[in-house]
Every structure is written in C-alpha cells, then in structure tokens.
Design a binder for this molecule. Structure first.
Ligand code: BGC
Length: 759
C-alpha cells in the first residue's frame, strides 16, 4: 500500500513537473512572439469575428473579415463551418499576416455537432455522467474532424424559471447536479489534453447568473444576493474551472448593476484571484457594445471598462479593435492590460498546438470517417432514450402492445423541422427521424400505424413568424383546424390506442425565446381534449425545450412521456421506449410548476419563518390562496416500466466529526416486471445554521441497473465537505449540529433519518 502511495506521489509530482516545464516553455514561446508584436497586432488578437453564414445571434455580422485577417486584426473566427472553409481562413492568417499567428475557430457545439444529440436539458435528465461526458467527447471528435478547435459550451447557468427559453441549454435547477454535468462536459471536450487533434477548448458560459433574468425574459436584469450566488448559482462555473476549462464566456446580464462583461469583481477578483482561473475570457455576442445601452458610456469607455475588468476577447463588436489604442494613448488602459489579454489568447493557441501545426484539425480523411458516423448515430439514439422522462403510466398503458392499431396523431408526430431542438446550428434537420418513421422502422408486422397531423403547432400566424426566424418550424397547414381535427378523430376511431405527439416547436425555446405562458399551445390542447373524449387509451409524447404547465395532461393522459427535444434519432428512440425495448430511466432536473404564478418554484428553497405544515392553505403562513406551494411534479421525478422500493436508511454511525465520514445505506429492490435503471438520490437538510438554509439539498446520486426482482444495497459516503456552505461572510464553513438525511427516487418520496455533525 505504502509503495503504491509512494508511486502515486512520484507520478503526481512528475506530472506537475512536466506541467511546470510545459508552462515554462509556453511562456518562453509567447514572450518571444509578443516581443515581435506591434500594439495593433496585440489588439488584433483580442478580436473575435463572425463572417456570417452560420446562425448570427445578434444584429451585427462582421465585415471585411479577409482583409482584417491579413492585417493581423483577428484572433479568431466563429460561424465558419467545414474543414475546407476553415483551412482557407487559416491559410489567410498563416500565409498573409505578418506574424503568421493562427486563428482560433469556434462554434456553438451545444448538443452534438453534425450529429445532433438531445438538448442539454434533456441530456441532464439522464443523470448519467459517463454518458454526458461521452456526448461531449463525441461532439468534440466530430467538430475537430471538421476543423474546429473551440466549442462555446457547456452552458451551466442554473435556471429555475421555465419562461426563460435558454433553460433548454442547461442542466436545470440544482447546483450539485449542475456541477457534475459541467465537469463531465469539460472533461468530455478537453479530455485532459488540448494538444490532441480530437480535443478542443471548452468555453463555459454564460458567466455569470444568466439564468436568473427577471421575469424569465432573456437578456433582462439579474439581481441576487452574494450568498445566493455562492451557494446556488456559482458552483457549476466553479466546477468547470476546477475541471480545467480553457475559456469562459461572460454573460449579457448585470451583476450588482454592472454588466458581467465589464464586471471586475466577477472576471478578476472572483474568477482569477479566488478561483485561480488561468484561461481566457471571451465576451458574449456584442456584449461589450451592449454596455452602451446598459448606460455605462460610449464604445471607448465600455471597451476600456471591459479590458480592465479582465475580459480578453471581444466577440463581434470590435470595440477593442477600434478604441483600445486610443484609450492607451489617453492613459485609460495600460499596456500591461492589453498584454495580459493578448497573452491569454496566445496561450490558448499554444495549448491547442496551433503554433506547431495550424492545420492540425483540417483533415479531410478524418472528416469523411468521423462525421455522422454510425457510432455517432447509435449514440444519438441511446442518449435520447436515456433522456426521456416517463411522468405517468396508468395501469401499464406503456409499453405499447406489439399488435393492433395505433393512431399516431399530432403536429410533432411526423415532423422533421423540430426534432433537433434549439442550438443545433450545425445539425441537418433532414437527417432527423420523426416519430412516425421511428415507429415504422421498428418493423413490427402486427402493428398498424395510422397517422394524422390533427393540429398545427400553433394557429397564430404572428407567433409563428417570430418562431420561424431561422426557417419554418411552425408550418401552418392549408386545411382548417376543423378539417385537421376531423381527420385525427377519424383515424383515432379505427385505433386501439392513441399516441399524441404534441408540444413546442424547437425555436419556441432557446435564445430570445421567452414565453409568459408555458402550456402547450391552446389549439393543440383542443385537439387533445377531443381525443380524450373518445375514451381510448391516450398516450402523450410531449416535446419541449422547457418545463411546461402540464396540469391537464397529467390528469387526462393514461401515459405521458416527456422527451424535451431529443435530437436527430428521436423517432427511433421514442419507438424503442414506447415498445418497451428500452425501459425509461430519466428523472426531471427541474420542478414542474402548477402554473406560471408559482415561478420560481424549486425544491431546494430556503426555509421561511412561516412555513406551511401541510400543503393546504393556512392563514398567516407562506402560501397562496389559489394554488398549492408544491410543484406539480417534483425535481428528480421520473417513472420506469418497473417499480422500485426503498428500505429504511441505515447509518454507519449516529454522528460524524469534522474529519470523519458517515455512510448511509438503503436496500433498493426492483419490484416490477422489467429490468430497469433507477437514479437513487441523496438529500440533506441542515437543521440549524448561522444563516437560513435550504429545506433540502441534493448531495449525491447513483444510477444503477436492477434486474427484475433484484435487490441491491446502495451506499453513499458523506464527508464534512458535503455539509458545508457559504456563510454571510462568503466563507465556506461547516457548522456542527443536526442534519436530516433523505434517500429516494425523487426529491419528494424519500426515506428519512437524522445524524449529527460534532466538533
Ligand atoms: C449566445 C452565446 C453564443 C454566441 C455565439 C450569443 O448570442 O448568447 O451562447 O455562444 O451567441 O453564437
């Protein structure tokens, strides 16, 4: 054992010596290069442009890009897609610019690259960290085979407001789960070695707190106490930094009234000084310029403010390019500030190995072999099946019988335009498998599938126009609503079971896609009500980019499978699950509200001074007159075709001290008729603290496969660090006292015990 330990120490110290000598070499290289650089060339490195052609997410696209590259006025590009185009742009930089400094090539590789996986919120519902890591690894493999070296991902913004369309891009409401996902994604993209040709620079975003916009309206003000930031919203970004993320994107919102992009506390004091981040920070799309509209000054002032705050690279807006020289001349920024930013960008290029081979990611053979490969396709199908959450299944409605007639109805049942989900900028909609095709692909001879559209996604032409900015997602049929409905009813009449595929178009969530109502559109609901009247088993498959208000659906459906937007293989994956070839195992990573008025509703809220004793209204208690406090569906919830029972919790001791550990064990039994996976979740509650503490906090989970009838002991080890929190001085502390500990299959249905933390 001792020898093993000694071996480990030697390896670790060898690694850190290698790291040090690597760092020293990098410093020498960058020092020498920077000595040759003019001020203009240094400022040029801080400039990130998009020539358009990709999906521009702001009003501006860059002009004169080729000329600027040749003049050394560009540090990187994004929105340039394809090995060929990237090679051409890189050739311009290394053949035509004076110092031949290669460019960074970024892209929004968000849930897969060309092969599109489920949206991140869907992926998070798998609670399967090795799988999430693999999704990022596969995305990096494809993206680097196509010339890219930088992914604007992962987005780790905690989001507790389903009105906010970008909730689709994150991992939900919980800081612990969010941190695990952040780490898995960074490791998947970077794989611990940026010098390889199949890894790329990850970029954690949007730093910080972007998910907490007032009213769920995108780009709106964020205002939050530091205690809440540190305990609830910052942990996932910190986890990405700890996992070695190479770059960070600042967010559009304000923090303490100062936009994140120009916020020195955020970008320097917290990120670099407290967290020790050594990589580069890029702005979001024109977020430097947007500080003019925030009211912080003109372009020169806000550019200087951003550089001084610790921003290194200016995305699209060219405030750095056009004003920093003047600001230096006027003493408004220092040479050191420009040098530091330039150095960090050059270091990123060095770590990627671009100075050794600027074309290392431009490899036609790799592109042909690795993009849209069978491996990627199979993974897309597997990931989708694991991301689905079964919310209801009365009397074994699902899985479907493999015989009889199925009426497949709904605007999303046979629709290629909306399968990929938001932020699939490199995905190809034509490759997506709609549910109708997936069900047919299953090739079950005894099953007859009849299809009818039944309704439009929405009948509102103005709404459709807003959603259709990137192409038609809401296609308004030439037939009247009544004609479509009649057709659906006629089809349903002939069936044994109705499967209705309804929900949101892909661009009803994502950037600049906030909604103040989070039901499925009313015309679709009308269709469902009509189908319900027929008295046949009604299975709902709901696609969406956000948690929805599912009151009617939960009450009236016989079975409900919530699939978010499942990516290109979604139709096959839905067939796998509906027919029972795969047993669903996803669990929600957001609480689903009863109505919009309850928002934000999240499981790990603070204790109040007037808590409710039950979920019934009590005068002078913290509750509503017209709705319960609890969400409609709790965080962590999700059914399986099987069922699981939990024994009482056994603890290894009644207390732990500040150096000790405590082990909590339950026996989980698969009591149903199917093999299946269960996500066993551990929560704690700190009973007394120096500040008000949450009623419940996720502290661990394990996703485990159980054969039918199988029992397994599942243990969690809790250390003192798991019980800590940031106090009102923003110090991470652990305070002795009593704790509750809960274990269960979701945040509400849990077994409970107590233990003590003693000095
Ligand atoms: C988004 C970012 C994205 C960037 C580049 C912005 O509008 O907020 O998430 O990475 O555009 O496309």
């Amino acid at each position: 054992m001792k020898r093993l330990l000694l071996g480990l120490i030697i390896i670790t110290s060898l690694q850190s010596t290698a790291q040090q000598s690597g760092d020293a070499k990098m410093k020498l290289y960058v020092d020498a290069l920077m000595k040759k650089m003019t001020l203009d060339e240094k400022i040029g490195q801080l400039n990130l442009l998009t020539p358009g052609g990709g999906v521009a997410t702001g009003a501006v696209v860059s002009k004169g890009v080729e000329e600027k590259i040749a003049k050394g006025q560009v540090g990187g590009l994004f929105g340039v897609i394809g090995e060929e185009k990237i090679r051409q742009a890189q050739e311009l930089a290394v053949n035509n610019s004076r110092l031949k400094i290669p460019l960074l090539f970024g892209s929004d590789v968000i849930h897969g690259y060309k092969t599109t996986f489920p949206i991140p919120l869907g992926l998070s519902c798998s609670w399967d960290m090795p799988m999430i890591e693999r999704s990022a690894r596969l995305a990096a493999t494809e993206a680097t085979a196509d010339g890219l070296n930088w992914a604007f991902s992962p987005m780790v913004d905690i989001a507790r407001d389903p009105r906010w369309g970008r909730i689709a891009e994150g991992a939900g409401e919980d800081p612990y789960l969010g941190s695990q996902v952040a780490k898995a994604m960074v490791v998947g993209y970077q794989n611990g070695d940026l010098s390889k040709d199949n890894t790329l620079l990850a970029c954690v975003k949007h730093f910080a707190l972007y998910g907490a916009a007032d009213g769920g309206r995108d780009y709106n003000t964020v205002d939050m106490s530091k205690v809440k930031m540190y305990n609830d919203y910052l942990p996932p970004y910190k986890a990405a930094v700890d996992a070695g993320v190479g770059s960070i994107m600042s967010s559009f919102n304000t923090i303490d009234n100062i936009p994140a992009t120009g916020n020195r506390w955020l970008l320097t004091d917290l990120l670099r000084k407290q967290w020790g981040f050594k990589g580069m920070v890029v702005s979001d799309y024109t977020s430097v310029n947007e500080m003019i509209d925030h009211g912080l000054g003109d372009l020169q002032a806000v550019s200087a403010l951003s550089l001084k705050a610790g921003l290194d690279m200016d995305m699209v807006g060219e405030g750095f390019l056009t004003t920093l020289k003047k600001s230096l001349g006027e003493g408004k920024v220092t040479q050191k500030e420009i040098d530091d930013a330039c150095r960090r960008i050059l270091e990123a290029k060095y770590k990627l190995g671009l100075f050794t081979d600027p074309f290392k990611y431009c490899n036609k053979e790799r592109a042909a072999k690795e993009i849209l490969s069978d491996e990627q396709k199979h993974a897309a199908r597997e990931f989708a099946t694991k991301s689905f959450v079964l919310l209801k299944n009365n009397q074994g409605t699902l899985p479907l019988k493999k015989s009889g007639t199925i009426a497949l109805i709904g605007p999303l049942a046979n629709n290629k335009a909306n399968m990929l989900g938001t932020w699939a900028v490199s995905g190809n909609r034509d490759l997506s498998i709609p549910v109708f095709d997936g069900m047919k692909n299953a090739g079950i001879k005894e099953v007859n599938i009849l299809y009818a559209k039944g309704a439009n996604i929405s009948d509102d032409t103005l709404f459709a126009k807003k959603v259709n900015v990137f192409g038609t997602r809401i296609d308004i049929d030439k037939r009247s609503a009544l004609e479509m409905m009649d057709e659906a009813v006629a089809v349903a009449k002939q069936s044994d079971v109705i499967v209705a595929v309804v929900g949101e178009a892909s661009e009803m969530s994502g950037e600049s896609a906030s909604r103040s109502s989070i039901t499925i559109p009313q015309n679709q609901k009308k269709l469902l009500k009509e189908l319900k009247k027929m008295g046949k088993p009604l299975v709902l498959v709901i696609m969406s980019g956000r948690p929805l208000d599912l009151n009617w659906e939960m009450e009236n459906a016989d079975a409900l499978l919530f699939v978010y937007h499942g990516g290109q293989e979604v139709g096959n994956a839905i067939a796998d699950v509906l027919y029972g070839d795969v047993n669903p195992s996803g669990k929600l990573t957001n609480s689903f509200p009863r109505n919009v008025g309850q928002i934000p509703v999240y499981y790990n809220h603070l204790k109040t001074g007037r808590p409710q004793a039950t979920d019934k209204f009590e005068k002078f208690r913290s509750n509503y007159l017209d709705v319960e406090n609890s969400p409609l569906i709790p965080f962590g919830y999700g059914l399986s075709y099987s069922s699981f029972s939990y024994s009482d919790i056994k603890l290894s001791a009644a207390s732990l001290n500040t150096t000790g550990k405590i082990k909590a064990t339950v026996t989980v039994t698969n009591t149903g008729n199917y093999d299946g996976e269960e996500v066993v979740q551990l929560y704690t509650r700190d009973m007394v603290g120096s500040i008000a503490r949450p009623v419940q906090e996720l502290k661990g989970f394990q996703k485990i496969m159980f054969k039918k009838g199988e029992s397994k002991e599942v243990s969690f080890t809790i250390g003192v660090e798991d019980l800590g929190f940031y106090n009102s001085d923003l110090k991470f502390v652990t305070e002795p006292g009593e704790f509750k500990l809960f274990i269960g299959g979701n945040s509400k249905d849990v077994k409970e015990t107590t233990f003590k933390l003693v000095k």
